[in-house]
Design a protein around this ligand. Structure first.
Ligand code: ADP
Length: 496
């Protein structure tokens, strides 16, 4: 047989592994939850040893469950939670501190200081990012500043650093590398020249020597080493694809050309647009990153997020007790023909692009004596589509051609009502693939291209199956009225 690929998907809540067949379908899946530690308010950590152990266990269990033999497995690919920072000792192989997770806000004051120093423009120009605690650069700095002796260890060559991709690849193969997509989320990486930026390393006090070698997203990084407990059967298999989760999802959705965009509807929404060889600069708080480098060609992407999407459905479920399980929102919302003029803005934690108001808070407006739970449920689903429409609008602003379609994934993309309303608001088709594991698929595709399972991206397009296409069916005047009413509701939440 041959041609099978295992993708490791190391996320914030779990480590998973999926075996993909040469025709792209999923043969088996294994999953282990990972522990999150909250040592102080706003701080989030993982145990790096647990991240690797759970990923390795998922890898071996997915392989076992597939019923395949080691000779069938051509390659291993990796996708990971981005921006989570780890420092480790290359001799003991152990981390020197817990992983500081992307969500962790402990470096907010470091970021404020960098902003005050006037570094914002430089960061944007070199890295495509905004100065924010979210990105890993200041997390490395925090560990170096707060854990005794790390600068000395770094000077003596006894300290290595990296994001989760680096940590997993180092543990699996012994090589210290990071792929371009992950590197571009550190705030230390020059995304145009694809190298660490000495000025930023200096400004953040991160010694260049601890950083991994930046590599393409699809190339052989190394082979699974002998002696990893549980992975004996997979020894020697090349690890040859890696990308951060959002970029992997864009690749897994086969958004290979400029202008193609995917939106993931989870707790929040993550929209990413392929901008081809061009780095787009946005004034609406969107960030640019490397999407991927494959066969020497670098593709960039523009990214924005909606902080609260599925979380608003969870709020109706858990705080207001509207229904017991999320999918039930669809029947409730569908029981009324419209929201009766009700709008809900789920600004629980402020509003992201294009508004950028962290102090904004949510509201429900337009309530009459006739407003019922169904109207509010419908307004909540609609709010997810409205927020996405505003985000996509900001993304499109810098593009020469209008967007042709939106590809979707994530838990809430299962809602037909939401997807139809999204198509109506954007006035373009919304395409939901049958393969919902787009993130893992992206990692498998990148690894499979390097291993020669697939010849090129055209080969991958043949794997793509559509579950459903939602065509826009709202007339222009209704769309304009709906968007205006939404903007009016948002205005009432803004604090500046
Ligand atoms: P995350 O990766 O952020 O945890 P998921 O992609 O698993 O999120 O999506 C979970 C979200 O999708 C939840 O907020 C849930 O309320 C919502 N959801 C799941 N199924 C449905 C459905 N059928 N209709 C609407 N929303 C749904």
């Amino acid at each position: 047989m041959g041609g099978y690929i295992i993708a490791i998907d190391q996320g914030t809540t779990s480590s998973r592994a999926l075996v993909f067949a040469p025709d792209g379908h999923v043969v088996s899946i294994a999953r282990h939850p990972v522990t999150q530690y909250y040592p102080r308010p706003g701080w989030v950590e993982h145990d790096p040893q647990e991240l690797f152990a759970t990923a390795a266990r998922a890898l071996s269990e997915a392989f076992e469950a597939s019923g395949l033999s080691p000779a069938d497995i051509e390659a291993v690919g990796i996708t990971n939670q981005r921006e989570t920072a780890i420092l480790w000792d290359p001799v003991s192989g152990k981390s020197v501190y817990n992983a500081i997770v992307w969500q962790c806000r402990r470096t907010a004051d470091i970021c404020e200081a960098l902003e005050k120093e006037g570094l914002g423009g430089y960061v944007k120009e070199k890295t495509g990012l905004l100065i924010d605690a979210y990105f890993s650069g200041t997390k490395f700095k925090w560990m170096l500043d707060n854990v005794d002796g790390l600068y000395e260890r770094a000077a003596g060559g006894l300290l290595l650093g990296g994001t989760v991709d680096s940590w997993l690849i180092w543990n699996l193969t012994g090589r210290h590398v990071t792929d371009h997509s992950n590197a571009s989320r550190t705030m230390l990486f020059d995304i145009k020249n694809l190298r660490w930026d000495d000025e930023l390393c200096y400004a953040l006090g991160v010694p260049r020597s601890i950083l991994p070698e930046p590599v393409q997203n699809s190339e052989i990084y190394g082979r699974i080493k002998p002696g990893i407990p549980g992975l004996e059967a997979l020894e020697g298999i090349p690890v040859c694809g890696s990308a951060g989760d959002q970029q992997a999802a864009l690749f897994g959705q086969c958004c290979f050309d400029a202008g193609m965009t995917k939106n993931t509807y989870g707790t929040g929404c993550f929209a990413v647009m392929n901008t081809g060889g061009e780095i787009l600069s946005s004034s609406s708080g969107l960030v640019s990153s490397v999407g991927w480098t494959v066969r020497g060609m670098t593709t960039y992407c523009l990214e924005g997020s909606v902080f609260n999407a599925g979380s608003a459905i969870q709020w109706l479920r858990d705080e207001l007790g509207f229904f017991e399980s999320s999918p039930q929102i669809n029947d409730l919302a569908g029981s009324v023909p419209d929201t009766g003029g009700v709008y809900m803005v789920p600004a629980f934690t402020g509003l992201g692009a294009p508004y950028w108001d962290m102090d904004a808070r949510g509201l429900i407006c337009g309530i009459t004596r006739g407003t019922g739970r169904a109207h509010i449920a419908r307004a909540v689903l609609e709010s997810i589509a409205f927020q996405t429409a505003m985000l996509i609008d900001a993304m499109e602003a810098g593009m020469s051609a209008p967007m042709k379609e939106l590809r979707v994934d994530g838990g809430a993309s299962a809602s037909d009502f939401l997807m139809q309303f999204q198509a109506d608001l954007l006035n373009i088709p919304v395409i939901r693939p049958s393969m919902v594991e787009t993130t893992a698929a992206g990692a498998a595709y990148l690894a499979g291209l390097a291993a020669g399972v697939w010849a090129d991206c055209r080969d991958l397009l043949r794997q793509r199956d559509t579950d459903r296409v939602f065509l826009p069916s709202m007339d222009e005047s209704r769309r304009a009225a709906a968007l205006n009413a939404w903007k009016d509701a948002v205005r009432r939440t803004l604090t500046k």
